[in-house]
Design a protein around this ligand. Structure first.
Ligand SMILES: Nc1ncnc2c1ncn2[C@@H]1O[C@H](COP(=O)(O)OP(=O)(O)OP(=O)(O)O)[C@@H](O)[C@H]1O
Ligand SMILES: [Mg+2]
Length: 258
């Protein structure tokens, strides 16, 4: 089982879009994919067509469990309408976790322990993070083999990325092991100077981490979200799908090379 978190403390950079698009592509390859929605705003849960106020189970329930076995964790999983994609949905109560339990010891490793109990069920777990550093993001990062950081190719993007990189450095210190990081340039518009310059700057400042291509601006992403479908299941020949297929190949190569 491979676990990726999709994270950036900056909002609206394409985290949820990257999560659902990669999940769609992986499921089309016959992979068993579990999505984990850690954002109290529940965008990913809503994307898949659920009313997040009324989900019967949610990630919040995971944080109430006393032990983490397949029997205790599996009931929190919901099957989506897309073959091969399951989800542990989010609920807005997740926003209270920091206040209620943020300081409890072992709190940061709950998701990791839970996913370990599901390791035989899934090939991939994709964790969609909220744009805030809190107990949910800490759990997501600790559970992951790789962190994907979508970065919007515009002028203010670098500041958000620097903040995220600092967060990872702090967490790295306490866990004593470095994170595998892939920066994913998103919403790239080759006609604008901002896009070109941001991409150049990313390649210069993060040559080891940045995926050297970029996800283009494509209205098909929004159209697909309105249909509650991954774009791979809605507009399979679109530019956006092509780009994420390339990203997936890149990530597969990275995991082969360790
Ligand atoms: N490559 C793209 N081209 C055009 N629109 C895009 C692209 N990627 C994402 N979008 C759109 O941009 C908006 C924000 O994307 P998304 O919800 O994925 O960002 P996010 O980082 O998850 O946001 P948040 O921080 O609020 O969780 C959405 O409406 C989405 O459809
Ligand atoms: Mg999101």
């Amino acid at each position: 089982m491979i676990v990726w978190s999709i994270a950036n403390q900056k909002g609206g950079v394409g985290k949820t879009t990257t999560t659902i698009t990669l999940a769609g592509l992986l499921s089309q390859q016959g992979k068993r994919v579990l999505l984990v929605d850690t954002d109290p705003h529940a965008s990913l849960t809503t994307y898949l067509g659920y009313d997040s106020d009324n989900v019967p189970v949610s990630l919040f329930d995971l944080f109430q469990l006393k032990e983490f076995t397949e029997q205790t964790v599996a009931p929190l999983i919901m099957q989506s309408n897309i073959e091969g994609i399951d989800i542990i949905p989010a609920h807005m109560s997740l926003a209270t976790l920091d206040r209620v339990m943020g300081n409890r010891s072992g709190m940061g490793l709950i998701l990791k322990r839970a996913l370990l109990a599901l390791r035989k069920r899934y090939d991939y777990v994709l964790i969609d993070c909220p744009p805030i550093l809190g107990v949910m993001m800490v759990n997501a990062l600790a559970a992951s083999d790789r962190i994907l950081i979508p970065v919007q190719t515009e002028f203010l993007a670098m500041k958000g990325l620097e903040r995220m990189v600092r967060t990872l450095a702090i967490m790295q210190k306490s866990r004593g092991k470095s994170f595998n990081v892939t920066i994913v340039p998103t919403m790239y518009d080759k006609r604008t100077r901002a896009s070109l310059q941001t991409l150049q700057q990313l390649k210069r400042d993060y040559p080891e981490q940045v995926w050297s291509s970029a996800v283009p601006i494509d209205t098909k992403f929004r159209d697909a979200s309105l249909k509650h479908l991954p774009v791979s299941h809605f507009a399979s020949g679109s530019r956006g799908v092509f780009a994420y297929k390339q990203l997936l190949l890149h990530l597969e190569r990275l995991s082969i090379n360790g």
